[in-house]
Write a protein that binds this ligand. Structure first.
Ligand SMILES: [Cu+2]
Length: 269
């Protein structure tokens, strides 16, 4: 028996409708990945705002910085300034009899996993006294406050630049006049940079150097050339020493967990 054209049309319509149902379902299925996609996007957005805490551990690097060789002649770039009193030119290359180097900035240059370390609340202090910067070399965290004081009864200006890091201008650059005794100025260096140099244009010998780093693993050597970096996680690190007259020297150190390693960083003449 033949179906009437009307019945065929009705069956065709019913089939078409039945076929649409899976079609709708597949649209829903298709929309599901796009919904997951937006969730992923929002997770990514959230992650961008989350700070990952910097890694710490119980490992340590102790050691010393050495310079063995003839000490190059030092000539301070100075003219007599009576207002500065009877100051003695200081050679920034201070080496003990057995080769230990003072005022070297030692830090972990590379090898730490990405992460943010909380900033110290206390500022670093830099004094201008007797027409010299005290201290001449210091370490500071990127973003940490630097309080610069003028303890002299005369004008100094503080110019910050990055000549020693191969740059003259950076986000860390500034130039401020400090005309009065006792006045202070608070600055931050937003970018990690070793070193940021500071100088006074009035008194051409006045120089200071800040090692600006993004983590707490740094030190400045004293007269014994010694340094100690503690609280490190296990890892393989590039340890660098920088000195204003000698440049840079570095080495690689592999540190296990809860391990103490010793290191000697040596500048060649
Ligand atoms: Cu000055």
């Amino acid at each position: 028996m033949r179906h009437s054209p009307a019945l065929v049309a009705a069956i065709a319509a019913a089939l078409a409708s039945a076929c649409h149902a899976p079609g709708d379902a597949s649209n829903v299925t298709k929309s599901a990945p796009s919904a997951v996609g937006s969730d992923s996007a929002s997770v990514k957005t959230a992650n961008r705002g989350v700070q990952v805490e910097g890694a710490r551990g119980n490992s340590r690097i102790t050691g010393s910085v050495l310079f063995r060789g003839p000490v190059p002649t030092f000539r301070e770039p100075s003219a007599p300034f009576p207002e500065c009193g009877a100051r003695t030119p200081q050679d920034p290359l201070r080496v003990s009899g057995d080769g230990h180097l003072a005022n070297a900035f030692v830090y972990i240059k590379d090898g730490l996993p990405p992460g943010d370390y909380a900033l110290p609340t206390a500022p670093v202090l830099l004094d201008q006294r007797g027409c010299d910067y005290l201290p001449r070399v210091f370490g500071i965290r990127a973003g940490q406050q630097l309080v610069i004081k003028n303890s002299d009864k005369l004008l100094h200006n503080v110019r910050s630049h990055a000549d020693g890091a191969g740059l003259t201008q950076s986000a860390n650059s500034f130039n401020v006049a400090m005309p009065n005794e006792g006045m202070t100025l608070t600055k931050t260096f937003p970018e990690a940079q070793v070193p940021v140099a500071l100088n006074c244009d009035v008194h051409p010998w006045m120089r200071a150097y800040g090692g600006v780093v993004a983590h707490p693993f740094f030190a400045v050597t004293g007269d014994d050339g010694a340094f100690s970096l503690s609280g490190l996680p296990a890892g393989t690190y590039t340890l660098e020493a920088w000195h204003e007259r000698l440049g840079r020297t570095s080495m690689t150190i592999k540190l296990g967990a809860d391990e103490s390693a010793s290191a000697q960083l040596e500048f060649k003449p």
